[in-house]
Design a protein around this ligand. Sequence first.
Ligand SMILES: NC(=O)c1ccc[n+]([C@@H]2O[C@H](COP(=O)([O-])OP(=O)(O)OC[C@H]3O[C@@H](n4cnc5c(N)ncnc54)[C@H](OP(=O)(O)O)[C@@H]3O)[C@@H](O)[C@H]2O)c1
Length: 256
Amino acid sequence: MNAPILVTGGTGTLGRLVTPLLRDAGHPVRVLSRHGGQPGNGVEHVTADLSTGEGIERAVRGAEIILHLAGGAKGDTEASANLVRAARQAGVRHLVYISVIGADRVPLGWFRSKLGAERAVTDSGLPWTTLRAAQFHDLAFKTAQQMAKLPVIPIPGGLRFQPVDARDVADRLVALTLGKPAGLVPDLAGPTVYGMADLMRGYLEAQGKRRLMMPLRMPGKAGRAYRAGDNLTLHGDTTGTRTWEAFLAEQNSQTH
Ligand SMILES: NC(=O)c1ccc[n+]([C@@H]2O[C@H](COP(=O)([O-])OP(=O)(O)OC[C@H]3O[C@@H](n4cnc5c(N)ncnc54)[C@H](OP(=O)(O)O)[C@@H]3O)[C@@H](O)[C@H]2O)c1
């Protein structure tokens, strides 16, 4: 029997897409999360908390490859450092990490914690691969849903996004996980750059809703970084195939 591939965060949006792909490629998969999941079809679930360190050693034991997807709004640096420590002791031979485009440029807490996590991986002494992806369509969709609850939607001027489909990210991560350690690989963004108003307009049209939008200016260093496009990858690294419009149409067909 092959050693299992450990997927941290394998119950999340991205993890649920990646796990069956790895299993279908013939690899036993072990999923690490805090709340666990239903075992079956070649997928084993273990509970561990990367933030406190509880259960990690047991979860990592026997895994030669780790795909590290677990993450949250904050604390990814410390959680990743805990994982790295256990992975080193277990003699892992490939650690793959998902980060975000702009981790090294956008001065906001989440980006900084992703950069800290990247460094924990890079400095681990283990063979590693890190992919920086843009925001997923799912996240843009949830944000648009929340904003559409407001009678007037604030639209920070100059903010642009390149949302990518999580299925495109999953495909790329599977290839990277099954390949040789490659260090920091080219970014993966969606096929189109949108202003915030374009993203919102697409969502409202797809939902048959109308809202007023109010332009405003995002202040401070973060506003400057976004206006400079520091969260984008504009030099044609790698590009996802599925557009925001196609994602919106799919969501619509699932709910109507
Ligand atoms: N969403 C985006 O737009 C985007 C863009 C670029 C990069 N990323 C990165 O991609 C990764 C996956 O994102 P996602 O949207 O799929 O996340 P998600 O849906 O929120 O899933 C997070 C996963 O991590 C697990 N998890 C969270 N905290 C944990 C902890 N302390 N210990 C163990 N497991 C923990 C969760 O399970 P439990 O709650 O059961 O623990 C869940 O399985 C994250 O690292 C994120 O930063 C996301």
